[in-house]
Design a protein around this ligand. Structure first.
Ligand SMILES: *Cc1c(COP(=O)(O)O)cnc(C)c1O
Length: 386
């Protein structure tokens, strides 16, 4: 089977792990954790970062540090991985689901502005959702597939409404927007994931970065049991969300490969675009001119009305040919835990997700294997396609 997206351990991973074992620094105290945080800060353009046990736990702590409280609403694109909505729910808050825009598959800023005008009111300097009576405390843009959302549009709308901004840039490490790195686009805090299927992995893990060092320090406090001083003194309910030195050792080795990995991801996407561009009814993933997309995933979607059915048929055919291919995120408004979450204009995402075909895109995918994938797709089009 040619897998969809698996880790590439071609660097110093084994050597750094051996250092952890030899030195006995396997837990959350150890030199690789700080080194990993500095490497991430440098890439994303922020003065400070906190490594966490996962992207989801990091996002939870980031939302709390940004001021999200129980019963609040947090604006969230409906097209995302469920971890974004779950982190909101872990705060006791609820997502307010809004559609993504066609050109980026990221939060639609115009819809968000409209929804804030039409569906909310200001009371004592806070913003409230009229239908549910809930306070709206933050917005959580997601950098879908490794491309930044239109932050120059989103940030002023959020600030005008008094909302905190926490970005889920889980798979967007190394991306940029109008020449600026993805951690320095006006958000309060930004999350990156180092889960096994991300371009750079730590086995599992996350990193929260921000331009305001005192806010990042607050995240660190929350993720390290909110301990004050050296004794058993804790000032709030904290969390054990730390990254271990073992994870960070793998993460540091992977970070050394970041540029190579991103170049591979972009080349793979370009080769699919080039090799499949003449197929009818096929559109490629969005790549807005405002940013550098790091192409976490490669693939395309069917435009036609029966696109969902065609995508299913092609994916089944590819799997029979020994090639892993999948749909994309099922939107949050269609997920059981968020059946009651408020939503505004979710049609584009609802129409899109089942038409998508994600294709093998591991950074060490060989040219030969990629040609095999494209040949199988052409065969399906000849047999079943139009
Ligand atoms: C991977 C991913 C996450 C979750 O990160 P974990 O490290 O697996 O907890 C969150 N949001 C998005 C958009 C992701 O792709």
């Amino acid at each position: 089977m040619i897998p969809l997206c698996i880790p590439n351990m071609a660097g110093n991973e084994a050597a750094y792990l051996a250092e952890c074992v030899t030195s006995t620094f396997v837990s959350t105290v150890g030199p690789f954790v700080g080194q990993f945080e500095r490497m991430v800060s440098k890439v994303v353009g922020t003065p400070a970062s906190v490594a966490t046990s996962s992207g989801t736990t990091g996002l939870h702590a980031a939302l709390l540090a940004a001021g999200v409280q129980r019963d609040d609403l947090v604006i969230c694109p409906t097209l995302t991985f469920i971890a974004s909505a779950n982190a909101i729910a872990h705060c006791g808050a609820m997502p307010w689901l809004i559609d993504v825009e066609k050109q980026s598959w990221c939060l639609d800023s115009a819809l968000m502005a409209e929804a804030l005008t039409r569906e909310t009111e200001a009371r004592n300097g806070q913003r409230y959702h009229i239908a549910t009576g809930r306070r709206i405390s933050a917005v959580l843009p997601v950098f879908t597939l490794g491309t930044p959302a239109d932050m120059d549009a989103i940030v002023p709308i959020a600030r005008e409404a008094g909302l905190a901004i926490v970005v889920d840039a889980a798979a967007a490490l190394g991306a940029s927007y109008k020449g600026r790195p993805s951690g320095a686009l006006g958000a309060d805090l930004t999350m990156y994931s180092f889960n096994g299927n991300k371009t750079v992995t730590a086995g599992g893990g996350g990193c929260i970065t921000g331009e305001d060092e005192s806010l990042v320090a607050k995240v660190r406090h929350l993720t390290t049991t909110a301990r004050v001083g050296a004794d058993y003194d804790h000032d709030v309910v904290g969390y054990n969300y730390r990254m271990t030195n073992l994870q960070a050792a793998v993460g540091c080795a992977q970070m050394e490969m970041l540029d190579t990995f991103i170049a591979a991801k972009r080349r793979i996407a370009a080769d699919y675009r080039d090799g499949l561009k003449n197929l009818p009814d096929v559109s490629f993933f969005p790549d807005p001119a405002w940013g550098k997309n790091v192409y976490w995933f490669s693939g395309f979607f069917f435009q036609s009305d029966d696109g969902a059915e065609r995508s299913r048929s092609l994916r089944a055919f590819l799997r029979e040919s020994g090639i892993d291919a999948r749909p994309f995120w099922k939107p949050m408004h269609l997920q059981a835990p968020y059946a009651d979450a408020p939503r505004t204009s979710v049609e584009y995402a609802e129409n899109l997700w089942q038409r998508v075909v994600t294709l093998p895109c591991s950074t060490h995918l060989s040219r030969q294997d990629q040609d095999r994938v494209m040949e199988a797709i052409r065969t399906w089009f000849r047999q079943e396609g139009r």
